[in-house]
Write a protein that binds this ligand. Structure first.
Ligand SMILES: Cc1cc2nc3c(=O)[nH]c(=O)nc-3n(C[C@H](O)[C@H](O)[C@H](O)COP(=O)(O)O)c2cc1C
Length: 202
């Protein structure tokens, strides 16, 4: 077993930062937003997760002050779209660094669909989309209190779009949707095998 402090790894053993390869799989927050003047934006965020169930809340973390964060801060709305194996190439295209005003939806040839509660469009082909309202925007800091360049956006899920083709016998067939997951380096995976376990009885 090797031990290292994050900023002092042995670069002959680990020339590339192994950080995200050790927290895997990560769900992908494929986040669409709209700014006050109506420009739309979509980009993937693998620092993303659900953080509560009732009410359901999610978060994503921006490394630097990116358009998604700017737009979500402006309108206090965003949409999480499920990235699937079938949409992997298009998800990746939406991470391109485009000039403000150039829509990643058009760049990735992604059809949009309207939302019901928020003004942000969703990805028509995503089997699940969450309409979210921003609750908190939190700048992260180090253990000794120095602000760092990462900002977390929390949102409450106020509406859920679910493709009913994936509902079987009253349950959502997650594996059938092939949700995409981020690993480290250039690697991805998708959910295909599942198994069930009961919680221990008290
Ligand atoms: C799979 C994947 C996951 C990503 N995760 C993040 C992330 O968690 N945080 C981040 O700041 N950038 C992340 N990026 C990079 C952003 O998607 C990229 O910087 C994008 O251009 C940001 O777009 P925006 O400025 O329109 O928000 C990720 C890229 C990919 C392909």
């Amino acid at each position: 077993m090797i031990f290292f402090e994050p900023h002092k790894r042995d670069k002959t053993l680990l020339p590339h930062n192994p950080w995200t390869a050790m927290i895997a799989p990560r769900p992908i927050g494929w986040i669409s937003t709209r700014n006050a003047s109506g420009a739309v934006n979509i980009a993937p965020y693998s620092y993303f997760n659900a953080v509560s169930a009732m009410p359901p809340c999610v978060m994503f973390s921006s490394d630097g002050w990116k358009d998604t964060l700017t737009f979500a801060d402006e309108t206090r709305e965003f949409v999480w779209n499920m990235a699937t194996y079938d949409l992997a190439a298009q998800m990746n295209e939406t991470s391109a660094n485009l000039a403000r005003g150039h829509s990643e939806f058009e760049h990735a040839a992604l059809e949009t669909a309207p939302c019901k509660i928020v003004s942000v469009p969703r990805v028509a082909r995503s089997p699940v989309a969450f309409e979210c309202k921003v609750t908190d925007i939190v700048r992260l800091k180090t253990a000794d209190g120095k602000p760092i360049d990462n900002t977390v956006v929390f949102g409450e899920v106020v509406g859920i779009h679910l493709d009913e083709r994936y509902v079987k016998n009253g349950v959502v067939d997650t594996a059938a949707m092939k949700p995409l997951a981020r690993l480290g380096y250039r690697d991805y995976s998708w959910v295909e095998k599942t198994f069930a376990m009961d919680r221990p009885k008290d």
